[in-house]
Design a protein around this ligand. Structure first.
Ligand code: URA
Length: 209
């Protein structure tokens, strides 16, 4: 089983409960997703390696820690993954962004690729794949597979809610990829939705239903 980090900070738990409420406005839902994105970004980057550079403060020179290596890549799975993006970019403004277009075939629930645009040297960077709902795991698995096929080795996955079924599928397909989530819910229903969940994250973000 790959490592699953449940970010149970009270601010995250509180904001997630607000998002689950079916009467939450589209604007409120989107704003909360952004805010939780920022908080999850804080956790997923917790162990980034540091290096020391010489800087001059007004009083002295010192060896000061800065994040080592190339800028990381934030990789939202379209469309709901973009809901995390602004919040994460506020914390890591120099991050690069890779857009991964996958849609879920309603009949098979399988992920189908329709768009991919990433930094040319993505293979040399830590890439954080994001999608709010880890349900069947098909989209996450497909996104991680297509990134690995392009040579990316250092991958992490961030979601808002995970179903046990999705976590198991992801661990079987990509045991090397650690997962950060705000909560693990009970199960999937017959339509592949997370229960109790919060409904369709993309529709709730953009008011499309
Ligand atoms: N995608 C969603 O938006 N919600 C679910 O519950 C499952 C997949």
């Amino acid at each position: 089983m790959n490592q699953v980090h449940v970010v149970s900070h009270p601010l995250v738990a509180h904001k997630l409960s607000l998002m689950r409420d079916k009467d939450r406005s589209t604007h409120g839902f989107r704003q909360l997703l952004n805010e939780i994105g920022m908080l999850l970004c804080y956790e997923v980057t917790r162990n980034l390696p540091l290096e020391y550079v010489t800087i001059a403060t007004p009083l002295a020179t010192m060896q000061a820690p800065v994040i080592a290596g190339k800028k990381l890549v934030l990789a939202p799975i379209l469309r709901a993954g973009t809901g995390f993006l602004d919040g994460m970019l506020q914390l890591v403004p120099s991050a690069r962004v890779a857009h991964i277009g996958l849609y879920r075939d309603p009949a098979t629930l399988q992920a189908v690729e329709y768009y991919f645009k990433a930094p040319l040297d993505i293979a040399e960077r830590l890439t954080i794949v994001m999608d709010p709902m880890l349900a069947t795991g098909h989209s996450a698995i497909a996104a991680l597979t297509l990134l690995k096929n392009r040579g990316v080795k250092d991958l992490r996955f961030v979601c808002l809610l995970a179903a046990p079924e999705g976590l198991a599928a992801l661990a079987a397909a990509h045991p090397d990829v650690e997962v950060w989530t705000a909560a693990v819910d009970s199960h999937l229903n017959d339509h592949g939705y997370i229960v109790p969940g919060l409904g369709d994250a993309g529709d709730r973000m953009y008011g499309t239903k």
